[in-house]
Design a protein around this ligand. Structure first.
Ligand code: G3H
Ligand code: ZN
Length: 307
């Protein structure tokens, strides 16, 4: 299928009380592992290109990998810019065919964040492409953050309505207890804060830094409108473990495909697990559309979505 935008998928997820996995990919094996899992699980999927991936693979190469994988898949695939740095980079991604954008103004002042997000949203909307913004700040574990830092960086529910109205963003990344790049899934989300933000605004929410969040906490947050869950570190860990296993089992091998096949399979199984956990498994019909949100919602209570 051709790429789709994230707009309708996230609104359907909001209505159906499930979340769509947004998986970061840095290379061909990760792209294939992610898309193969989504196809087998009949789930929509978002592939994200991070700033690190742009530096590593190049913007056009990263985009091309996702486009080709999407064209061969019979489930909706979104090509998303993760943590976009400025207006110019977002415009470059529009020109490269991205179907979902992000401007991350979390390190800027509130007014600067509003002004730049609004500009990105205006330009993207001229092209019918949705924009994710960030309010509050999801910190980086590599910066040595404390619990106090995490608390201080959380999204202020009282700013949310003003931010959405003035920026026109389509989805909102909220800081509610997760921290980027953690290798242990130990953090608990501030569910009361998510509820409080949900009472102020109705657009889909995005969870960043999910690799460090306890799975029961992720699941608890979904009914309050967490509709896009970003997964990166966990996939890198799976990729590395697959590679280590391959090198141990095939010490004399010199064919990279034999090693990287282990990594691709390892990534695929983590993505499959997350898709099932988020409730998006089985939400794509045989024609490639989404089942009605009400059907998913009902089925989720029975232990799994159905066509
Ligand atoms: O933007 C990407 C994510 O927020 C991923 O976070 O590496 O902690 O899974 P993670
Ligand atoms: Zn993130």
């Amino acid at each position: 299928m051709p790429l789709v935008t994230s707009k309708d998928l996230l609104l359907a997820a909001l209505e159906g009380h499930f979340a769509i996995g947004a998986f970061n990919a840095n290379n061909m094996e990760q792209v294939q592992g992610i898309v193969d899992a989504a196809v087998e699980e009949k789930a929509p999927v978002i592939l994200q290109v991070s700033q690190g991936a742009i530096r590593y693979a190049g913007l056009d190469t990263a985009a091309a990998l996702v486009k080709i994988a999407a064209a061969e898949a019979n489930v909706p695939v979104v090509l998303h810019l993760d943590h976009g740095t400025d207006v110019e980079q977002n415009v470059r991604c529009l020109r490269a065919g991205f179907t979902s954008l992000m401007f991350d103004g979390s390190k800027k002042t509130y007014e600067e964040n509003v002004a730049t997000t609004a500009k990105v949203a205006q330009i993207a909307h001229w092209c019918n492409i949705p924009v994710e913004a960030e309010l509050g700040k999801v910190l980086q574990s590599t910066d040595g953050v404390t619990e106090k830092d995490v608390q201080a960086a959380m999204t202020n529910p009282d700013q949310a309505q003003d931010f959405i109205t003035r920026t026109g963003c389509d989805s909102l990344a909220i800081a509610v207890g997760s921290v980027h790049a953690m290798q242990q899934a130990a953090a608990k989300l501030d569910i009361a804060r998510i509820k409080a933000i949900r009472e102020k605004v109705s657009i889909p929410f995005v969870l960043h830094g999910s690799s460090g969040v306890a799975e029961e906490s992720e699941v608890e947050a979904i009914p309050y409108g967490i509709t896009k869950i970003n997964v990166a570190t966990m996939l890198n860990v799976a990729f590395a473990e697959g590679l280590r296993k391959a090198m141990a089992e095939l010490p004399d091998n010199v064919d990279p495909r034999k090693w990287l096949g282990y990594s691709r399979d390892a990534v695929k199984e983590v993505v499959r697990h997350k898709i099932r956990l988020f409730g998006s498994s089985g939400t794509v019909t045989s024609s490639g559309g989404l089942v009605s949100p009400k059907t998913v919602h009902r089925a989720a209570h029975l232990g799994g979505a159905e066509e």
